[in-house]
Design a protein around this ligand. Sequence first.
Ligand code: SF4
Length: 655
Amino acid sequence: MTDALTVNGLLAPDGPVARRLPDFEPRPQQMQMAHAVEQALSSKRHLIAEAGTGTGKSFAYLLPAAVYADRHVGEGPVIISTRTIALQEQLEHKDLPFLHAVLPFEWSSVTAIGRNNYLCLRRMHLAEREQHLFEDPERHSQLRKIVDWSMTTKDGTKQDLAFPPMPEVWEEVQAEHGNCLQRACKHYNQCHWQRARRRMQTAQVLVVNHALYFADLALRIAGASYLPAHRVVIFDEAHHLERVATESLGLRIGRSTVGWHLRRLHGRRSDKSLLSQHGSPVARVLWEEAHQHNEAFFADINDRLLASGKSDGHALHDEPVDEPLTPVLRALSTELASAAVRVTEIDAQMELQSRANGLDALCATLRALCVPNPAAETPLVRWIEPSRHGAQLCGAPLDVSQALRQHLFTKGPTTILTSATLGTGDDANFGWLRRQLGLDEADTLRVGSPFDYDRAVQMVLPEALPDPSSDSAAFRAEVVQQCLRHVVENGGRALILCTSWDFVRSVAAGLRPSLAAAGIELLVQGEAPMVRLLEQKRTVPTSVLIGTDSLWEGIDLRGDALTLLVITRLPFQSPGHPLTQARMAMMKAQGRDPFADHSLPEAILKFRQGFGRLIRGSQDRGKVVVLDPRVRTKGYGRRFLSALPFSAGFDPTGG
Ligand code: SF4
């Protein structure tokens, strides 16, 4: 490789990046990471790279990724997988255009989103032909607007529409797996989805999100695929991989899932539905039966959950669940498949067959969730869980590490895993993460943040608070008083992190009157969409934001909007969830300590993420108050504090 096209050459003082941006100064941490990624790609070795906040890690992996892609044309894209669509968009609109401008060679990068986001012109014209598809005038009007938009849209994605379409309307016009005529379609040459697919196939760098990547992995395990074959994948925010893999390889079904499939057959104007137009009288009776069984079955599931008294979910263990739905849905599917053979019109054939396939897939999910299968390659933990739409049947692999080891890390691409927090700080080899994911062999790198935390952060650990695990009411009351004191002293400008919704509500209720009297606005997670709360927080920097879970990471409040961070409790996950309990039981059976091997590292990682909310730029300064006394009183407390990025560690005694 010529020196000009290496990380060193490209980032040299007289290299192309410096020539283009005279102010550009690569940070040492960024250089270190870029070298490690370059090395991992050339040696085809997995790499785990933790890079502190402010390292500029996107650039550190994108630069060597683009060089690698340029050197390996025709070998499939380098895939970059981000946690959220927002981060995907940031790469697409900010980091990648910058790299295209500075790198001295031509290369292509494409952002991939799921197929259902694309308009299917054939299905749209079919919906248009059925003029009175929707009784509701609003839905009808949206369909008309989509038809008009289809004549001007450049990419045909739902995101390009000027309004968010109602799900029922978009479902009638979206591109769908198993409902595409491919080259036989008369719209093939204009098809946005087919164009996007071709671009995806030929891209050198392909940006996806974790959900899409792991949905594709699940497909690949089943013998199909959506994403092109690739030799490299780089996971940003890689601390989410176990959770996303668990969700993607897991199953869930509720009354609304089955209802959705049934509504798609007979939910439009009843005389225009697929079932009315093409279904036999038997099919219509079966539809009615399926509808009734669905209501009764999930009402029964709901009762079982209520009777268990478990708010996190009711474990099913080895207990089979009797369900009357599968035979009816299977019979309905057979009827639809027969109707597809009878009809002559190709569009109707496609719709009927794809609905029949959908019902078959639904039956397979129901059986997997209702009938235990201990002999399966990856046994499923099954439980009933509450949701906004009623109780759901859920299942997830007891251990995703086996599937990931086999299908991703052993015979799959070279992987780079990066994030600002991947370990507990004191595990040099990221043993916890590697065990969780089944990544046995990997190079590792840990680079600190360029920020000077010793100068930027004042740490406060109030003494003599009640222990939350033994006296939660007294602890809660004291948290309100402590928050009030620190927030008022600081003139607001605070973020308060809690570990449960119940705690958020009760602390917010305790704070509200006094903060209002002090003229400080209180923003409470759940009382408005998060995007709006964050906008308000930035607009009124003195305001105080309080919340749980998603606020511990991923939010970026800079400068004056955030100079006080209050961590109310150490973020141990509730051990009551059936999947957590099953995984802990598995660890015990393996002779491991579930607290040391699971609960503690997970909580330390989250604590580090929460701490990371305070300093987002080199000019940021602030105070962190940790109210949970266990950081001082418990043996493990020191591990939380020493995981923070103070250069000489942190001494809780203040000595
Ligand atoms: S090629 Fe497939 S996705 Fe595209 S318009 Fe035709 S049927 Fe729809």
